[in-house]
Structures are given as structure tokens and as C-alpha cells.
Design a protein around this ligand. Structure first.
Ligand SMILES: [Zn+2]
Length: 389
């Protein structure tokens, strides 16, 4: 931690920054908290929903539009950007922020989740790394903690994630245990490798829903002293209640003075549950993926715009929503666009869905600051009368 550009190690002359830690908890309500995370590209107020821009784009949206929806930080993906267009090329072009014209904070995933979710492409996993075939051209590739660090340094993200081994839900305890051991080994190796100027680094805990292994992994990762800690290997198909119980227990074991990131949750109920457990950051492709299925997220549940009942519906997707779709267009028009596979339909649904989740997290933050989070959560869940219609 002797990198002078690291936010926690400002140069001696910059006295004002000495008193500004990377993460500050501003209010606590039960286990839920609101805070501020400081990155090299600005502050993030938490709890925060992070839109996913896997291939350096939040699908169909201009970064200016994403910013206008209130998004504070975007995700990029190490696996995909390494192969296309290549992290060396992105570095040559001035880094990921300049490349995609987003000047706010960016978090890059390590590629661990992609490698291990494309199970059929894996040739070998050992203590040094994982060998697999690229999903783009089948070329044999090896990801190691060193490569994960180097790619993210080239991309110049504000938050880099550690390479982890993500076993699928329902594997044997023995398999889970090996993944936990390896994830710690890899995190310890990646922790002290060179980083981009000001780049923060987060560890990721595994352990599935096994209480003992989850505890072991969480404690081991926390002990390594990363700038923030992530809960990985959940929301991958296990039982929901077990997932929430595991999250409660894991979040409580993570240091309170560092940000906590739950990887891959984006449904309204899930977001509220993890915030209640003390999670500060979460991401999901749900808003844009839901848009691609022709559906809108609303306070009452999902609207499938393909449905004939919207043919003459002149109301907006959601009454009171201030997004560019709801302020100008009717359900009837968006239904027409969706049924004709018009790009504008996809864009309008993506804009609305993102705005919906940004609003949900903003509302949670306000409620935590007022000490009314329990009531906020209850009200939101009661309104979700048809969660999957
Ligand atoms: Zn809207």
C-alpha cells in the first residue's frame, strides 16, 4: 500500500485528502447503512445499484443517458474486454473511461464468474489459475491472478476485483472447499500486484451456502485487508431463503469500515433484502435483460409489453416515473415498438428499468438516513403484488 496515487496514500502536500477515507458510513439503520465510497473518478453514494456494461456499453444506451438516469458507477468485464477489443488496445487508447466516454467510476469484474459459468470451456483448474477455451474463438487461454490484475490495470478501472473460483450451486462440500482454498490463495497473490493509478482492489468470498465454508472464506478474505469485500458465488440458482440467510451471516463477518458488494442481484425484493443485511453495492444485468424480453419493471411487478391488453393503454409504463420513456410515451406505443422489434422499444424499456432500480436504491438510502428502512422495505414489498406476471 505504498502507491502514492492510492486514495488512502495521498502525497504529503494534499492535506485535505488525508482525512478522507475510501469509504465512510454516514448512517446506520439496523444492519443497513448508507455511506460514501471515494474513487479516482468521483464519489459513489451507497447503497448503490451498478448497471452492467459488460462489453464497455450498457446495452443500447449512451453513457450520457445512463448518467442522466442517476447511475453513479458502471461495471465492465475483464473476460470480455480482454478478448474483444483487448485490454492492451484499450490501454493504448487511453483506458476504459476514455474509450467508452464514461468519466464516472468503473468497477471491473475479474473474469472469474465468466470463466466458471462457461463450464464446458474449462480444461483445467489448479492452484496457479484456470485454463479454458475463449468463448470468442476457442483459443486456449489461461487466467491467473497476475493476468486478472494486469488486464484491470490496463483497463484503468477504479475498482478491480480478485480472480475467484466460482463453483455452481449444489456441488459437493469437497468441491466447495477446494474453491474456497483456491480463492484465498489467488486473492493473497493478487493483493499486492501493480494497479492502475488510484485503483481500489476488492476481495471476493466464496463458500456457497455452506455456513462453515462461507464463514471460513469470508474471514480469510477479510483478513487480507482489501479496500472492499464482495460476497460471490450466490444468486446462482440456490434456494432464495438460504441465499438471504447466507448473506446476513456473511455481511456481519465483513469489516464495517469497508464497502460490501453483493455480486449479481437486481430484482427489487433481492435488492431490499441485501441492503437490509448491510450490503452497500450490487449489480445485475436484469434491467437491460428484462428490456430485451419486452418487459418493464414497475413498483407492482413486471409488465410484459407484448400483451394484447396494452394495445389501447395510453398510460405510461409507470405513473409518476420521471424517465424519458414514461414522460413521453404510452404503453400502447412501446408495445407496438416491442412487437415490431424496433430498437427504440428496447431502448425505452432499458431506460425505464434502469431508472426504476436507481430509484429503488436511492429510496432505500434516504430511508436509512431517516431511520425508516424497515417501513420502506415493507411498503415496497407489499406493492409488489404480481412479481412475475
Ligand atoms: Zn419510466
Amino acid at each position: 500500500m505504498d502507491d502514492p496515487s492510492h486514495p488512502r496514500n495521498p502525497s504529503p502536500g494534499r492535506v485535505t485528502e488525508v482525512s478522507r477515507p475510501v469509504f465512510e458510513v454516514r448512517a446506520v439503520d439496523g444492519a443497513a447503512r448508507s455511506g460514501v465510497l471515494r474513487t479516482a473518478h468521483g464519489e459513489v453514494r451507497t447503497p448503490v445499484f451498478m448497471p452492467v456494461g459488460t462489453k464497455a456499453t450498457v446495452k443500447t444506451l449512451d453513457p450520457g443517458e445512463v448518467r442522466a438516469l442517476g447511475a453513479q458507477i458502471l461495471l465492465g468485464n475483464t473476460y470480455h474486454l480482454h478478448f474483444r477489443p483487448g485490454d492492451e488496445l484499450v490501454r493504448e487508447l487511453g483506458g476504459l473511461h476514455r474509450f467508452m466516454a464514461w468519466d464516472g467510476p468503473i468497477l471491473t469484474d475479474s473474469g472469474g464468474f465468466q470463466v466458471f459459468s462457461l463450464r464446458d470451456t474449462i480444461a483445467r483448474v489448479d492452484d496457479d489459475g484456470v485454463t479454458f477455451r475463449s468463448v470468442y474463438d476457442g483459443a486456449a487461454t489461461r487466467f491467473t491472478p497476475d493476468l486478472a490484475a494486469r488486464i484491470q490495470k490496463n483497463l484503468g478501472s477504479d475498482i478491480a476485483m480478485c480472480l475467484d473460483q466460482v463453483p455452481p450451486a449444489g456441488v459437493s462440500r469437497r468441491t466447495l472447499e477446494v474453491a474456497v482454498r483456491r480463492t484465498t490463495l489467488w486473492a493473497a497473490r493478487q493483493r499486492d500486484l501493480p494497479r492502475a493509478p488510484g485503483q481500489l482492489r476488492f476481495g471476493i468470498a466464496q463458500g456457497g451456502t455452506d455456513p462453515e465454508l462461507r464463514r471460513r472464506s469470508t474471514e480469510e478474505i477479510a483478513e487480507l485487508g482489501f479496500d472492499g469485500n464482495a460476497i460471490g458465488g450466490l444468486a446462482i440458482g440456490e434456494d432464495r431463503d438460504t441465499m438471504f440467510e447466507t448473506t446476513d451471516a456473511a455481511a456481519a463477518l465483513l469489516p464495517a469500515d469497508r464497502p460490501r458488494y453483493f455480486m449479481g442481484i437486481g430484482d427489487p425484493e433481492g435488492i431490499l433484502e441485501v441492503i437490509e443485511a448491510g450490503i452497500d453495492m450490487f449489480d445485475c444485468v436484469l434491467p437491460t435483460r428484462t428490456a430485451r424480453t419486452g418487459s418493464a419493471l414497475t413498483a407492482n411487478g413486471r409488465l410484459n409489453l407484448r400483451n394484447a391488453r396494452f394495445a389501447r393503454d395510453q398510460r405510461p409504463l409507470e405513473e409518476g416515473c420521471d424517465c424519458p420513456a414514461c414522460t413521453r410515451f404510452s404503453r400502447a406505443y412501446i408495445r407496438h415498438l416491442v412487437n415490431q422489434s424496433e430498437v427504440l422499444g428496447l431502448r425505452l424499456l432499458s431506460l425505464h428499468n434502469l431508472r426504476f432500480l436507481v430509484n429503488l436504491a436511492d429510496g432505500a438510502r434516504d430511508a436509512i438516513e431517516r431511520g425508516t428502512f424497515a417501513g420502506y422495505k415493507r411498503d415496497r414489498l407489499e406493492r409488489l403484488t404480481w412479481p412475475d406476471s
